[in-house]
Write a protein that binds this ligand. Structure first.
Ligand code: ZN
Length: 97
């Protein structure tokens, strides 16, 4: 019997492989727009990061998002991505204060 495969992706920050659903996708679309993709279905090159503030911040600090997307991402866009991505973190006690 074939084992049902759960799609796995690697966090660009901590390099841990996790189920897709446990990660946040950031996509660089052919239109040139870079954004958080909660559906995971937008066209374009994507990178994944854990739903964790620490991983998101580390990914930004180390330029892992830009590198993973293989395209230049402006500081403004990065700031917006971080704000968006933080809405999807699940390990934060201070969420929704
Ligand atoms: Zn991670």
């Amino acid at each position: 019997m074939p084992v049902k495969k759960i799609p796995q992706r690697m966090c660009v920050s901590c390099r841990t492989r996790k189920n897709k659903k446990e990660l946040i996708r950031i996509v660089h679309m052919p239109s040139g727009v870079t954004e958080v993709d909660p559906s995971g279905k937008k066209p374009g090159r994507g990178v994944y990061v854990c739903r964790s503030r620490a991983c998101i911040e580390q990914a930004v600090k180390a330029n892992r998002i830009e590198r993973g997307l293989k395209s230049e991402v402006s500081k403004e866009t990065i700031d917006r991505l971080v704000q968006d991505a933080l809405q999807y973190t699940i390990d934060e006690a201070d969420k929704g204060e």
